[in-house]
Design a protein around this ligand. Structure first.
Ligand code: SF4
Length: 81
């Protein structure tokens, strides 16, 4: 009798998911265009000085993806994670 064993070893190599992320704004670069507020209204607002300030953290994968878009699309590269 010939037995074939198909042994599959699954090793979980992914790191634990990032559960939250808080952005930072370089106030010396920000020009107050408001794009980050449009993309992430729960994380940014433009203050009376016309400078974006951080109002909250991203606590879901979707919110983190929007934060990453804000980093990419900020016209003066003022946002970092
Ligand atoms: S997208 Fe950039 S320049 Fe525009 S308000 Fe936000 S931080 Fe400031």
């Amino acid at each position: 009798m010939n037995l074939l064993f198909d042994v599959k070893i699954i090793i979980r190599t992914t790191l634990p998911e990032v559960l939250y992320m808080t952005p930072r704004v370089d106030e010396t670069r920000c020009i107050g265009c408001g794009l980050c507020v449009q993309l992430c209204p729960d994380q940014f607002m433009v203050d009376p000085r016309q400078i974006a300030i951080v109002t909250g953290m991203a606590d879901s994968i979707e919110a983190i993806e929007r934060l990453e878009a804000a980093v990419d699309y900020c016209p003066v590269q003022a946002i970092s994670l």
